[in-house]
Write a protein that binds this ligand. Structure first.
Ligand SMILES: Cc1cc2nc3c(=O)[nH]c(=O)nc-3n(C[C@H](O)[C@H](O)[C@H](O)COP(=O)(O)OP(=O)(O)OC[C@H]3O[C@@H](n4cnc5c(N)ncnc54)[C@H](O)[C@@H]3O)c2cc1C
Length: 439
């Protein structure tokens, strides 16, 4: 793999232009952008990427593939079977454009990468898991962090378990979780603890998570959990078991306490998403990827030789020259789409956006309408090679690809398929970019 070349000015003074040259540029540092980087590394492509925080910090950490079919009242049990149905009923859905074998390959590569970096995930199985949400409801998902894996299994078995929360922690209540789960899990109780070292006041999950990386804090926590568990041998906690390498924090706490432990996601922004972001920000540069963090691409110019991306930071302008580009800029929350007064735009290239004919069509009358809202299916349209289509119905540019929830014809929130769409489409976009680059 040729590493990206970075040309620095002679003296790194503010306001001087820097140029980065790579084979592939990725715009966006959400799950789609990071997954694209993982797949491109596998292809030995040199990679430069840019993006800011976006929706990643909000995720539960679960990797959903397909949890609910459009219009269906019940959760999907076997997402692979449901995909076959989706291909018949919604052939334009991004997941319908990806072969099952490619989706399986993409999940395996992505979760293997995370596992190597100390954030193991359960392997994608034949059935969805029913995993806990921050408020104690359950949702279908395909793969969960290993730190959360014991929860669905204990719930399915109905084993006695204590859910603990902490004084001063907002965004997670053991009482609420137990109240909502008790019907399906009668052997559940709750306890509130003082976080080790806390002197009262608000407890911030991110700080609590980082403090649990200190062995002495884990010792104290293990003792408190043992007492809170009483006769139960399992304890669920809000997701704050370490920021880096949480697998080791979990292992150590289980060893010290003698309990089976599992995390439950807290209200966003929360530790599981920050973990993912920090993991990629640390691990990808170690493998040769150039990341321009916390910056958005301001201009993207494409011609027959490649693409030029322009962005800037406190030290001045940065140009990225690449032979192919993947656009993975998300929807409204991350800035990949913009809602104007009467229309929805894609701001970087002004790509055509599939959308309702007018603002009055964006939403149904009732917020809870089971059909969902048309605005949640807007996005850019791609062909089977994941190239965005221009106004004439042909690929906008042969070197441009797109991935993630910026894609049209899917409502990832209702279908519980956020990470699945991101990972599957990123895999296909990289396959096609690699083909273009002769790999
Ligand atoms: C509250 C919440 C809960 C969620 N829970 C789950 C869950 O339980 N399971 C699940 O599977 N998914 C979940 N998701 C979805 C998941 O976090 C991702 O949003 C989804 O996978 C789509 O990822 P994406 O990379 O396509 O888009 P995003 O995550 O939106 O990322 C887009 C990226 O593009 C960047 N960007 C935008 N414009 C530019 C530009 N001009 N230049 C450079 N970068 C740019 C943004 O900064 C951001 O980094 C949740 C999301 C939210 C908001």
């Amino acid at each position: 793999m040729m590493p990206p070349t970075i040309t620095l000015p002679e003296a790194s003074m503010p306001e001087e232009a820097r140029t980065i040259t790579s084979e592939l540029a990725i715009i966006g540092t959400g799950i789609a952008g990071f997954a694209a980087a993982v797949f491109a590394l596998e292809r030995k492509l040199s990679i430069a990427m840019a993006g800011s925080t976006g929706a990643l910090a909000y995720t539960t950490g679960y990797l959903d593939l397909l949890g609910r079919m459009p219009g269906a009242a019940h959760a999907v049990d076997d997402p692979w079977l449901a995909l076959a149905e989706l291909r018949r009923s919604e052939p334009e859905h991004p997941l319908s454009l990806v072969a099952t074998a490619d989706i399986e390959r993409a999940f395996t590569l992505f979760t293997d990468f995370l596992g190597q970096e100390g954030l193991a995930y359960t392997p994608a199985g034949r059935s969805n898991l029913m995993a806990m949400t921050p408020v104690g409801t359950v949702k279908p998902t395909l793969s969960v962090p290993a730190t959360m894996a014991a929860g669905p299994a204990l719930m399915a078995a109905g084993s006695p378990c204590v859910i603990v929360d902490f004084h001063g922690l907002k965004g997670f209540s053991g009482r609420q979780a137990v109240a909502n789960l008790r019907q399906r899990w009668p052997e559940l109780s709750t306890a509130r603890l003082a976080f080790p070292g806390s002197r009262g006041g608000e407890l911030y999950p991110e700080i609590a998570a980082r403090s649990l990386q200190v062995p002495e804090v884990r010792q104290q926590m293990a003792e408190m959990l043992r007492q809170a568990a009483g006769p139960a041998s399992a304890v669920g906690l809000p997701a704050l078991l370490g920021m880096h390498r949480p697998d080791l924090v979990l292992q150590d706490l289980q060893r010290l306490s003698g309990l089976t432990l599992f995390e439950i996601p807290t209200m966003p922004p929360a530790v599981p998403g920050i973990r993912l972001r920090e993991l990629f920000a640390r691990a990808l540069p170690q493998r040769g990827v150039t990341i321009i963090p916390q910056q958005k691409v301001q201009r993207l110019h494409l011609d027959e030789n490649g693409a030029c991306l322009t962005l800037g930071d406190n030290y001045g302008t940065i140009s990225i020259h690449a032979e192919a580009v993947i656009l993975a800029t998300g929807r409204f929350l991350s800035g990949g789409l913009e809602a104007r007064r009467d229309t929805i735009r894609e701001p970087l290239l002004d790509l055509p956006v599939a959308q309702p004919s007018g603002r009055s069509q964006w939403y149904e009358e009732r917020y809870t309408d089971p059909r969902g809202h048309a605005i949640h299916r807007t996005g850019i349209v791609v062909d089977r090679t994941f190239r965005p289509l221009g106004g004439d119905g042909h690929p906008f540019h042969p070197r441009l690809f797109a991935a993630g929830i910026i894609l049209a014809h899917q409502d990832w929130i209702r279908s519980r398929s956020g990470a699945g769409i991101a990972i599957a489409s990123a895999c296909r976009a990289v396959d096609e970019a690699a083909r273009l680059l002769g790999r």
